[in-house]
Design a protein around this ligand. Structure first.
Ligand code: URA
Ligand code: SF4
Length: 223
């Protein structure tokens, strides 16, 4: 055996099998990433043309979601607001800026996370989502989660938490925030927390929000 190893070493081929296996693994990982990208792009295209509920009539832009598609952590909000509807991007208004700032305080850039909403189109005057709108739109979010496969989902607000965890319609966020759930459906930990728009009105909630975010970041292995 030693003689054979020596022979290959002389030829400069001592690790040829190791290199071959490494290359093969790299290719496999690359293919998986490309497949994820392709599936998400396909879903996005479908979503941008969606007319499955009445919100398509009043929207300026569909807000599909954005961020790192290989992240272990996903944020799920409620629905686009005014600024999001204008830009076609999630959490870019006042609430979004607060979210980004708090995230930065943990040393995390928002592009390291994937951010999406339950509804992809803005409800007029930011009214609450209707059950039939959630029913029509949730399949998009479901597929996003299934493609991205995050380890942890942080639900921003009651609507996101109730939808992801399939909880009764009136479940108050104060009862479930900060708790660690495990979703068998998505094979991910789910942590509900306050919506950043609520934090703008209720500064007292910020401490709890920080705790919940820290829990999610730790569970995802990001801090
Ligand atoms: N509120 C949300 O729930 N989502 C956004 O994208 C912006 C504000
Ligand atoms: Fe389609 Fe969802 Fe927009 Fe309704 S909110 S039109 S279901 S993308």
């Amino acid at each position: 055996m030693k003689k054979i190893a020596k022979f290959f070493e002389v030829l400069g081929l001592e690790n040829i099998r190791g290199k071959y296996i490494l290359e093969k693994l790299k290719k496999e990982v690359q293919n998986k990433l490309q497949e994820k990208e392709r599936l998400l792009e396909e879903l996005k295209k479908e979503c941008l043309n969606c007319k499955k509920c009445e919100l398509h009539k009043t929207r300026n832009n569909v807000v599909f979601g954005e961020g790192d598609i290989n992240t272990p952590l996903m944020f799920v909000g409620e629905a686009p607001g005014e600024q999001e509807d204008l830009e076609g991007r999630p959490f870019v208004g006042r609430a979004g800026k607060l979210l980004t700032t708090i995230l930065n305080q943990f040393g995390i850039d928002r592009n390291k996370i994937y951010i999406a909403n339950v509804l992809k189109c803005r409800p007029p005057n930011n009214r609450d989502p209707k059950p039939e709108e959630i029913k029509a739109c949730f399949p998009y979010l479901k597929k996003q989660i299934e493609i991205i496969k995050p380890k942890v989902i942080l639900c921003l607000g009651a609507f996101a938490a109730r939808t992801i965890l399939n909880l009764p319609e009136k479940t108050p966020i104060s009862k479930i925030r900060g708790k660690e759930f495990f979703s068998e459906e998505f094979k991910a930990y789910v942590i509900p927390t306050y919506h950043p728009a609520f934090l703008l009105r209720q500064k007292r909630g910020q401490e709890a929000f920080r705790e919940d975010l820290k829990k999610a970041l730790k569970l995802a292995g990001m801090i």
